[in-house]
Design a protein around this ligand. Structure first.
Ligand code: HEM
Length: 294
């Protein structure tokens, strides 16, 4: 059994991004609409896409099952609301103009069947930095490891598919930027100019990378992150987006970040950014997508 992963999961060298979250109900007409939307993406070499489904639509199309995202209320008062929708279309590429044209055509194919609930256009900020100025992605798995981390392995029916977590974060940059670089580095757990991980003797236990690095039975629960900065002068932040071969690791990392893993600590980065959406999705392999939509 083989499964070709959707190529947008791994395609690199992107400068522009767009996340579209839709509400829609399973129907033969929706299958036709998604097939038309997929066909649009085949016409561009500059733009890549991922189509991912919420649990209701996934089951409606006999594509499998996943757990819907349920809201998180951290012990420290930080939250991730559950805004689970049915279809995520992630568009990204090297050109803003081509992305725009492709995204409009995708939306034209979908809009009679689906209601667009969220649209987040994003951009690459200062060579892969988050808007806080810190490089985002340093510890991301690379080369063959990224496939192992992101994709369901051979032998399973859903081979080549990927579980996805998305959350739109709104930053309080005014508050973050008031801090000294030294204090900011203690919050992230890495140096600001060049992303060197702080030595364990000085890295706080509640730094972001300390809370996001979670192991179970001696094995690190890795995820493959593809988040992107978004926004204008008034509201801005990070559309967090990550792929994994199982759903559990997202839950475990989020618990640790939000102070729900029993050690009384929460991620200090959450004092400077607030999640306003939260969803779990499944991005089937190309073959599975073909069979689901047949
Ligand atoms: C606004 C929200 C967030 C920002 C600005 C942010 C930023 C960063 C930065 C700057 C790093 C260090 C560099 C790197 O390794 O990439 C990092 C690491 C990491 N982040 Fe986040 N992140 C955010 C939310 C999240 C969330 C929600 C998760 C998980 C659900 C997460 C998981 C991770 C992981 C697993 C690492 C690598 C830790 C390690 O092994 O060193 N992050 N993040």
């Amino acid at each position: 059994m083989t499964g070709t992963p959707q190529n947008g999961i791994f395609a690199q060298a992107n400068q522009f991004y767009l996340a579209l979250e839709y509400r829609c109900a399973a129907s033969p007409e929706l299958k036709t609409a998604i097939k038309a939307a997929r066909a649009v993406t085949a016409t561009s070499l500059d733009t890549h896409t991922v189509f991912a489904f919420g649990n209701t639509l996934l089951r409606g199309f006999s594509g499998g099952k996943l757990n819907d995202f349920t809201s998180i209320s951290g012990a420290s008062g930080h939250t991730v609301p559950a805004t689970q929708r049915d279809l995520l279309v992630w568009v990204h590429g090297t050109r803003a103009d081509t992305n725009f044209d492709i995204a409009r055509e995708i939306h034209n194919a979908l809009h009679a069947q689906c209601e667009l609930k969220l649209e987040v256009p994003g951009f690459n900020y200062r060579e892969n930095r988050d808007l806080t100025g810190f490089i985002d992605g340093s510890a991301n798995p690379a080369n063959d490891e990224m496939y192992d981390v992101a994709l369901i392995a051979e032998g399973a029916e859903a081979v080549g598919g990927s579980y996805v977590f998305s959350a739109q974060f709104v930053h309080d940059l005014a508050a973050f930027n008031k801090l000294s670089v030294h204090s900011q580095e203690a919050i992230i757990g890495r140096t600001k100019p060049d992303s060197v991980e702080l030595d364990s003797s000085v890295k706080p236990m509640d730094a972001h990378v300390s809370r996001a690095e979670v192991s179970e039975n001696g094995v690190e629960l890795k995820i493959y992150r593809r988040s992107f900065p978004y926004g204008g002068v008034q509201q801005h932040g990070l559309y967090f987006l990550a792929f994994a071969s199982d759903q559990h690791r997202f839950d475990a990392i989020l618990k640790n970040m939000y102070g729900l893993s029993g050690d009384g600590l929460h991620d200090r980065l959450l004092n400077f950014t607030r999640a306003v959406t939260g969803s779990y999705w499944f991005a089937p392999s190309e073959e599975k997508l073909d069979s689901m939509l047949a």
